[in-house]
Design a protein around this ligand. Sequence first.
Ligand code: CMC
Length: 447
Amino acid sequence: MLTLLQSSQCNDGRTWNSMDGKTKTEKAILRLDDQEIELPIFTGSEGEKAIDISSLRKQSGYITLDPGYVNTGMTKSSICFIDGEEGILRYRGYPIEQLAANSNFVETSYLLIHGELPTPEQYEQFRQSLRRHSMIHEDMRHFFDGFPSSAHPMAILSAMVLGLSTFYTENENPEQDTDIDLTVCRLLSKVRTLASFSFKKSIGQPFIYPDNSLSYCGNFLHMMFRVPAEPYHVDPEVERALNLLLILHADHEQNCSTATVRMAGSALTNLYACIAAGITSLWGSRHGGANQAVLDQLATIHEGDWDVARYIELVKDKNSSVRLMGFGHRVYKNYDPRAKIIKEACDRLLDHLGVQDPLLDIARRLEEVALNDSYFVDRNLYPNVDFYSGIMYRAIGIPINMFTVMFALGRLPGWIAHWLEMRSDPDDRIHRPRQIYNGVKLRDYPV
Ligand code: CMC
């Protein structure tokens, strides 16, 4: 029999200090048949509790089984705090609503990576460094010729980011990379150039080189939308909207792609290669690819002239395998705070651009119907960050197959911050989950 007892005081009545990882205030007792196993409890700074099971197998021969890591904390981290029940998201302690209203993407990136908001001097230095490293090696530019024009920009982006590691070989061994700040700035700046070049490649237009007199987001818009034959002026409202979208995507603790970056990094793989791995992980439709899937779904409803209520019935039908894209979240069991901010910003941007998007009307209607339907209410399914972001990207002129690339651009500082945090963690070791084998037992090869 297996019984997990409530966390309790230590037998000897001592009060241990939980925050230094060595001493604990509480422990859990796991009863396995007649064996009692003591497991320490770790309490996070927001009162979250975890039972530290790292010694369980040694003590008992058992492992824990948790497919999809639904209940497994892979690390302690001080970068991002989420309370999914309350719909709270904070970067380094700052509420996402305050950052969205007052910060910009460069400052938020600095905050995530360095842990504190920059002083004016630090901000200027960081900004200058991002400007200085905006170009890619000319030889890399030729790599784009080798991809078919139908290639998905996420595949190109991942390949090109990995390609950066062939040009900046000093980063090959992360233990010997003495100027990691330079590597970080190169990545943040060049990924933006690679992303816009992959777009230009897909539409057959010439690449537009960066203009370092522009802001981070302004420069990206310039590389995306300028053509040599015409002038292009960055619309400050669009630039503002882009800053907002990137801030909202900048980190989200141990999501699938961040966990991938950490997993790859735990093997002492260099930062470029780890980010390339994170990009491929983000690509899937259960993760970052959902913003593309949302727009595809809205277009299907629009083009098929579907009645929204009938479409919701299809989503609820377990035989249909159709899910409402942009709804539901592993962590949020409440309205995703990012979705709230995006919804408002979406209205503002479309108003400013004078865009009437029928897909926005369908999205609003879907949300209304779903939030009043017991299927969604009972399962705590609310709109997530992807539900309205695609409509904003579309209004800016970014095509659907670039949406996930935009997500990658936004998530980059979060990935970097987690990689750096892991590298500086004294408890860092290779990530190597276990499994329970349930295959064929020993048998002889037929001879
Ligand atoms: N539409 C319809 N039913 C859903 C949906 C949905 N979007 N999401 C979850 N459910 C149902 C699911 O069928 C299950 O029902 P039941 O208990 O009857 O079997 C229940 O809700 C729990 O779902 P789950 O798949 O066990 O939940 P999960 O935590 O494993 O998955 C998710 C989370 C985000 C993958 C899922 O909600 C989903 O597929 N959503 C649509 C895709 C999407 O919008 N992804 C973006 C996530 S946010 C951005 C990011 O992380 O990149």
